[in-house]
Design a protein around this ligand. Structure first.
Ligand code: GCU
Length: 336
């Protein structure tokens, strides 16, 4: 209910502006029924996933002879991730990109892929989170909540950025309020790293940094720059404490309403979307670094081992059942 009340604001207005229907927009054309799927994402238009998803929609339209299209709504226009996820479950929004911590709030087993140290590179992460042998049961587990998970993009290796800085060792974070994504695991992560965690949605971070409500945040370079956080937090420290995943989620009933043939096309084009994303990803990091440096960001290399040591207890504290342990072991094995 609280979530629904929160949605009543901007997201509801945006939805009303779309079509007012609680399902994918449907219209008839000479070629038969055509459906436009609404996809919610919190990134800007120029972020690599927004670009790759827009092209996903174009390819889907072409490959289904116009039966299925995607309208991408960037910048939290359909709500921040927690709200967008609820709207997908309700069927008011068809597709969304949500980060791992949001899924952990629906099924705790997702926590494994949100743990520091589980992935050693973006490529390792992509190989695990898009391997059906490892993730099949996990991704199917949300279908009783009407959410289908298709796989994910790397959101990159994260550093900590602060207005006053730099952060070189965990003690430098003492007393600092650092924004995290909204889960207990992320709160605990920052506590172990030496800081005080402040959970909030992505779109609130710029103003919180600017006003001094928080002292810093943590993310990869492309998010740091596309969100303009470099304007209000000049010290970016390569703590490399976490790699996050952005999952594609869809309303399960809606996907079941597609013909088998169109579902197959959807999956194939989604696979291509992952490749397109990865083809842009490294360059988007390089561009972000160049842009940030030009705007005065100071990048530093802290004592990464000190942060890894501080975070070492988190996996043992967090993993509480055999399913999680197997996911963890499979993920680690895939990185060797
Ligand atoms: C990254 C990620 C987003 C996530 C954000 C955050 O930018 O791609 O999906 O919402 O981090 O920290 O909230």
């Amino acid at each position: 209910m609280i979530l629904l009340a929160a949605v009543a604001g901007s997201a509801a207005l945006a939805l009303a502006a779309c079509s007012g229907a609680a399902e994918s927009e449907t219209s008839d054309s000479a070629a038969g029924e055509s459906h436009t799927l609404r996809l919610a994402i919190n990134q800007t238009e120029d972020y690599p996933s927004t670009i790759a998803l827009t092209s996903f929609g174009e390819r889907l339209t072409a490959a289904t002879d116009g039966r299925w299209s995607i309208d991408v709504y960037p910048n939290e226009q359909l709500g921040a991730q927690a709200e967008a996820l609820q709207l997908v479950s309700d069927g008011a929004v068809d597709l969304a990109i949500v980060a791992g911590p949001q899924l952990e709030n629906l099924n705790k087993d997702f926590v494994v892929f949100n743990l520091p140290g589980v992935f050693n590179s973006d490529e390792h992460e992509m190989a695990v989170v898009n391997d059906p042998d490892i993730t099949g049961d996990l991704y199917a587990s949300l279908e009783d909540q009407n959410i289908s998970v298709y796989g994910g993009f790397t959101a990159g290796m994260r550093g900590v950025y602060t207005a006053e800085g730099p952060i070189m060792v965990p003690a430098d974070l003492a007393g600092m309020k650092i924004r995290v994504q909204e889960t207990d695991t992320m709160v605990r992560m920052i506590e172990l790293m030496g800081g005080k965690a402040t959970p909030m949605s992505f779109g609130e971070v710029y103003t919180a940094l600017q006003s001094g409500v928080i002292d810093g945040a943590e993310n990869a370079e492309p998010s740091y720059v596309t969100q303009k956080h470099n304007e209000v937090a000049k010290y970016y420290s390569y703590t490399n404490h976490l790699i996050n995943t952005d999952y594609l989620v869809a309303n399960t009933d809606l996907m079941a309403s597609m013909s088998d043939e169109d579902q197959e096309v959807f999956r194939t084009e989604w696979e291509t979307t992952l490749d397109e994303y990865m083809a842009m990803w490294d360059e988007s990091i390089a561009t972000a670094i160049t842009d940030a440096e030009a705007s005065g960001t100071i990048f530093t290399n802290p004592d990464q081992a000190a942060f890894a040591d501080a975070l070492a207890p988190l996996a043992a504290e967090t993993i509480t059942n055999d399913v999680q342990q197997k996911l963890y072991d499979d993920a680690i094995a895939a990185g060797k």
